[in-house]
Ligand binder design. Sequence first.
Ligand SMILES: [Zn+2]
Length: 59
Amino acid sequence: MKLPKVREADGTRTAAWCDRCGEEIYEGTDFYRVNGETVCEDCLCDYARELLAPYRQKA
Ligand SMILES: [Zn+2]
């Protein structure tokens, strides 16, 4: 994870960066820390699908 708390020109602050897409995660928004990785909301679905792939069943 990169250095936290970078202030943007518009006053928003970056609290973290997503380890999957590299996008900024702004202060006050939700994100996930899973197995040491920082994951933003946009990447959560794909990340969960990959993480749970060993448990996938076919009907
Ligand atoms: Zn992301």
